[in-house]
Design a protein around this ligand. Sequence first.
Ligand code: FES
Ligand code: FES
Length: 152
Amino acid sequence: MKISFKLNNKNVTIDTDPMRRLLDIIREDFHLTGTKEGCGEGECGACTVLLDGKPVTSCLVNAVHIDGKEVMTSEGIAQEPLGKLLIDCFDETNAVQCGFCFPGFLVTSYHYVKTDGEKNLDKIKKALSGNICRCTGYQKIFESVMMACERN
Ligand code: FES
Ligand code: FES
């Protein structure tokens, strides 16, 4: 099946199995390996991307669901001014340890700061509750997002 969508602001078309996972399309067809596979079951957030501006776990999205839509990965977000600001804040607070969870946190944090942006710890915790960090860096991650809200 031919699937056309926008990926990081570029129009693309692929010919693929309609049930193929968006996670695999991103990583294998476009070599955008920032998007990670952790659980493969929608539980860890490592594979989070924006689909029409909303965070989704790409391991649970099939090719057929992205036809005509807009997908933004961590690589695309890293090119945006707000993405750059978030990366600086994560860097300044040393919020990234092994880095595996970071692309997912970047996508979810970007969505929070862009759509709400209130420097409110409870709201930030709730917004990031679908992302798991195995290196227990949550406090610094929350601090980073608070910092980005303040500076944005
Ligand atoms: S790999 Fe998709 S949520 Fe964990
Ligand atoms: S920094 Fe290692 S999983 Fe989060």
